[in-house]
Each structure stands twice: as C-alpha cells, then as structure tokens.
Design a protein around this ligand. Sequence first.
Ligand SMILES: Nc1ncnc2c1ncn2[C@@H]1O[C@H](COP(=O)(O)OP(=O)(O)OP(=O)(O)O)[C@@H](O)[C@H]1O
Length: 345
Amino acid sequence: MITARGLYKRYGAKVAVDHLSFEVRPGMVTGFLGPNGAGKSTTMRLMLDLDNGGGETLFDGRKFGTIHHPMREIGAVLEAKAFHPTRTARNHLRMLAAGSGIPFSRADEVLEFVGLSEVKTKKPKSFSLGMAQRLGLAQALLGDPTTLILDEPANGLDPHGIHWLRDVLKSLAREGRTIFVSSHLLSEMSLMADQLVVIGRGTMIYNGDVDGFVQRFTQSSVLVRSPQAAQLAEVLRRVDGVAVSQAPQDGALQVSGIATATVGELAFQHNVMLHELATQTASLEAAFMSATGESEEYVARELLGPPGGEPALQPGAPAEPSAGPPAAPPVPPSQPGDTTPGGAE
Ligand SMILES: Nc1ncnc2c1ncn2[C@@H]1O[C@H](COP(=O)(O)OP(=O)(O)OP(=O)(O)O)[C@@H](O)[C@H]1O
C-alpha cells in the first residue's frame, strides 16, 4: 500500500504539485493520468525521494529513506533510458543486484522474463525505446518488489509489447503487488487499470475506480433501433430533460437524459416494437477530455490558417502561455486513445 500525503513541489513561482494526497492499494493496477505538464513525473519523483518538496509518502507505513534495500520492496522506472553507458544489459543488472544483495542469477531471470535474453550481452545504448522500456521493467523487477512505480512504461512499445505489458502488470497485481503506472495511452489504461488517480495542473481531479470516473465526467446514452422510431422519438421528447437525435443513415435513435429501462418501459406502454435497446457508455478518453480540458496546460495551436488565409500562428512566434515551453510543432494524427498533443517528455 502506498500512502501519499500532501505532496507539494514548486519550481520558482510555478506550483507543479499542489498538496496531492492519495492511496495506491495492493492487488490492483492504479493508473496515474493527467495532461502534459500536470505533474505526474514530479509526483513520482517526490514519492521516491528523488526530488525535494513537501509532503510524505509511506510504503506499507514506511518512508522510502528508511527502507534498507529499496530495490527489494519498490521497483521504479521513471526514465526509459537511464542505464550505465558502457556496461552490457546483463552487467548493468548484475551491478544493481550486487548493491542490493540480490543473487546474480536474478539478472538473467528478469531479462528472460522481459524478452531480452538474446541481447543481454549488448549495451543498452544500442537499444530502441521499446527495448529500453523492457530493460527498465527488468530492472524494476530485479528485487522481486511488492510495489512498482512506472512512468509511461508503454511509451515506445509496439502493439504486441503493449499487450504484453498489460498482461504482465495485471498478473503482477493479481499476485498482490501494488502497481502505480502513468500513461497517455487511455485505451490501454481502460483495459489495464482498476483505479485511477487523475490530476491537472498539480491538483487532484479524481481518485477512484475507472467506471466511476467515466460516469462522473461523461453522460451515457441509450441506443434504440425500432421500425417505429419516429413514434418513439415523439414519446421520448415529451419527457423532461431528455434529448433525442436520429441517425440519418439507419434511423437509430440516440437518447440521453433517461435510463435504458425507462426507454424500454415507454416503448412497451406505447406499443412500439424494439429491435435494439442498448446503453452506450462513453470511453475513458472522453471522460479524460471532459475532466482535464480546463486544466490542459500546453495546448497545440494550428500553425496554418484556412487555405489562402493568414497563418494562425507565424512560425517562430511564441505560443501562449508564455511561461511554458515553446509551442509543440504540429504532430501527425495521434494513435487511437493517445491524447498526448506533443509526445512524451
Ligand atoms: N526541473 C524543472 N524545472 C522547472 N519546471 C519544471 C521542472 N520539471 C518539471 N517542471 C514543470 O512542472 C510541471 C509538471 O511537470 P511534470 O514533468 O511533472 O508533468 P507530467 O505530468 O509528468 O508531464 P508529461 O505528461 O508531459 O510527462 C510542468 O509545468 C513542468 O514544466
């Protein structure tokens, strides 16, 4: 169990993490979400005593600094490529193992586990980002820790790698470990996480289960198909607070502001035949956009105006807010579920 209390960090006048308190429970995966610059990495660094700031974090009731061999209790990956520049992958892990009283044989075990056995005698500087992520996870698992803290571990992994990572983290959680993982891949997070901590501009937006987050920040709707759709739409529009729209292609009704069961009851009462009646729940991505839209700090702006018109932003001109880093260059269409406007850190 991780207990974070009053975490606080300021860079000059900028408050990066603003009195964050939350718990991360064992036996499940807790996702850590927030827009770019929300303070996720800073929070993780504070939790691991890698940054000076306010507040405290307890791991099963103990502060990080008081744990004798932290690697054997807490495995962390905060930066994908933080490896020794000249050692091989295996020697890098052996060196860390030696410092924590972990047998050398464990290095080969974890390399095998993450699928890097074939390249264990290669230097990590030649590794792709995805391979580096795998080595980072191997490093985190070296001491067979009960707690894992991972910052963007899916970054750079291919679809197979992402699928593999999800299975690994879920099964590690099922073994009773505490898993705290940040990611921008929301579709992935919706498949992986049980609980969420969502922050924006350093402050808490939501702390609870995934379904609760989606329910709180989106509105579910009801999909209805009926040969008497027009008649049913008329009935539904008479109900207070209900909005009905009809798809021009197939005549399906999209109804909001009413429970699915009530739609079924009204159809029955008015002798309307139904071919389909389904609750449509919004995605985690939709909930994230709605929950964090206000707290998005770094918002990409269009570089080019309409064809033939004035550019909206001259190349090289500063983007607001002026206190932040330079405007992100235009990015290609993002992956499904990827809300990162400008890529990783
Ligand atoms: N060393 C630093 N000096 C000054 N400001 C910093 C420093 N590190 C982070 N910040 C600022 O603190 C805020 C939080 O940054 P942080 O990297 O923790 O966010 P994040 O949620 O991890 O972002 P991302 O999703 O882009 O990785 C940002 O506004 C960032 O610019």
